[in-house]
Write a protein that binds this ligand. Structure first.
Ligand code: DC
Length: 236
């Protein structure tokens, strides 16, 4: 069965990864959370003292890039791949508000992007991949057969992220989460290298008033249409 590439981009906390994971499972595709890769590099940057509240030693980080290895290992019981940083499982550590506060800055560094984009392209070389992020449809897989751009109001997104953090037991305020969402939107969409923009051929999905089920059904239908179209084209 011919496989396609599915690129899901959009603002932070739009529920991209939830729907992407489920879609990959339904299609028997590989799911890659590209944001997790930027988060893992950010964790390394923090652990090694290259970034603090008002100071970011970009050169220091760049000099260490060859020592940063990000990988994914499938966890059978969870049903998805977890992120590893230099061999250590960091799936939980990369989802804190602390990491969220620095990740957009780290993601502005072109050398970081170059290294991660190369790895991401390689994950998708055999197709059959669902990848979510900010530049997947524009930079990583500009040739993807299906591109989606997810969006929702900042308030809705902050509420979702706040609920997630509370459920994990993190001590955060809604106001701080909202501020973080807005700041990241701004940095992600205005950075020089690969800013978050909707690819011309992407389909916009505003999920402010959609349930998870509705989003999933909508996106699964689109994927199946694209897969069918590819088969037809191959037969002719
Ligand atoms: O999807 P996320 O919120 O976990 O992503 C974290 C940050 O990583 C996001 O604020 C911007 C950056 N990112 C990026 O620049 N390019 C990607 N393809 C994915 C994420």
């Amino acid at each position: 069965m011919q496989k396609i590439t599915i690129a899901i981009d959009g603002f932070s906390s739009t529920g991209k990864s939830t729907v992407a994971k489920r879609l990959a499972r339904a299609l028997g595709y590989v799911y890659v959370d590209s944001g997790a890769m930027y988060r893992a590099v950010t964790l390394y940057t923090m652990q090694n003292g290259f970034i603090e509240a008002d100071c970011f030693d970009v050169e220091g980080l760049i000099s260490q890039l060859e020592n940063i290895h990000v990988s994914f290992i499938f966890n059978e019981s969870l049903g998805f791949a977890e992120v590893y940083l230099n061999g250590e499982n960091v799936e939980k550590d990369i989802r804190t508000l602390d990491v969220s506060q620095f990740v957009s800055q780290v993601a502005t560094v072109s050398e970081v992007r170059e290294q991660l984009v190369m790895q991401q392209k390689n994950f998708g070389k055999d197709k059959g991949v669902v990848m979510d992020g900010r530049d997947i449809g524009t930079v990583v897989f500009p040739e993807a057969e299906l591109k989606l751009f997810m969006t929702a109001s900042a308030e809705k997104r902050a509420q979702r992220r706040y609920d997630e953090l509370l459920e994990r037991g993190d001590d955060v305020s809604y106001e701080d989460v909202l501020k973080n969402v807005q700041t990241r939107d701004h940095i992600d969409s205005t950075r020089e290298d690969s800013p978050l923009t909707m690819a011309e051929d992407a389909i916009k999905v505003d999920n402010s008033n959609m349930t998870l089920e509705e989003q999933f059904e909508f996106i699964l239908n689109l994927s199946e249409e694209k897969i069918k179209a590819l088969h037809k084209k191959k037969r002719h």
